[in-house]
Design a protein. Structure first.
Length: 256
């Protein structure tokens, strides 16, 4: 039993090693192994494409002779990649919980707002074509009757008693098709708009952008990204100070 287990273990071990060391592609003295794909965490479905890309890059790279500039850039990019891995590992153990997010929002809530355009409308809504025609006739008679009086006499919405004046309102108050048609018409020009349950005649006569406070739920992910960035910078600075003490660092800016 023990002997059988030992032989099986050795077989699996050797097979696993053989499989991981399988060369998938070769360009001159450069090789790409199965283990490389594993280390790079390449998905199974993307492995074939990655292999072809690797071969293409190696072929292109092989056509350029080595020179100090290329070596310098390569070493810099290699160091940059290592640094990014180092920072990523630092952040793994630094979780951001809901309490962190809420505390940041409470302190910085004034920075989270959206700019909402609001318009002042004057409008009349009627539910029947008969009332619409009455208003059209009243206006076309040109007897000097005021639009605000027509609104008080005929409008069936909450703004009628105010002469049709809405004050500053946003899209949540005005129907979409009415909003879009009216604000895209010239200022102070009355336009008719058909709505599912009737007719609206309206104009806009003033507009202004308002800053509206955003809720915590709306900016939660934005705050998370801010805190991740802050944590990254803080941890990086702490580690850099530590590494400076542990390593010999010299900087000479006199001759630049």
């Amino acid at each position: 039993m023990t002997k059988y287990f030992f032989v099986t273990f050795i077989s699996i071990f050797l097979f696993g090693c053989f499989e991981s060391n399988t060369v998938l592609a070769r360009v001159n003295n450069k090789t790409l192994k199965q283990s490389d794909l594993k280390y790079l965490n390449i998905d199974k479905k993307n492995q074939e494409q990655f292999i072809h890309e690797w071969v293409k890059l190696q072929l292109l790279a092989s056509s350029v002779k080595e020179n100090p500039i290329i070596n310098l850039k390569a070493n810099f990019n290699k160091a940059k990649m290592k640094a990014n891995i180092f920072v990523s590992n630092l952040l793994k153990n630094k979780e951001i919980n809901k309490e962190d997010l809420l505390n940041y929002y409470k302190v910085n809530y004034q920075n989270f707002y959206e700019v909402v355009p609001k318009y002042k409308f004057q409008k009349i809504y009627v539910s029947t074509k008969k009332k619409k025609n009455i208003i059209i006739n009243k206006i076309s008679e040109n007897t000097g009757i005021k639009f605000s009086d027509l609104a008080k006499d005929y409008s069936e919405d909450i703004f009628g008693k105010n002469g049709g004046y809405t004050g500053f309102v946003d899209k949540s108050v005005i129907r979409d098709n009415v909003w879009n048609k009216v604000i895209n018409s010239p200022k102070n020009q009355y336009v008719w708009v058909d709505v599912p349950d009737g007719y609206v005649i309206a104009r806009w006569y003033d507009s202004k952008d308002f800053k509206i406070q955003q809720s915590f739920d709306k900016v939660r992910e934005k705050i998370r990204q801010i805190l991740i960035k802050q944590n990254r910078e803080n941890l990086l600075n702490q580690e850099l100070e530590k590494l400076k003490k542990e390593n010999k660092v010299e900087i000479n800016l006199k001759n630049i």
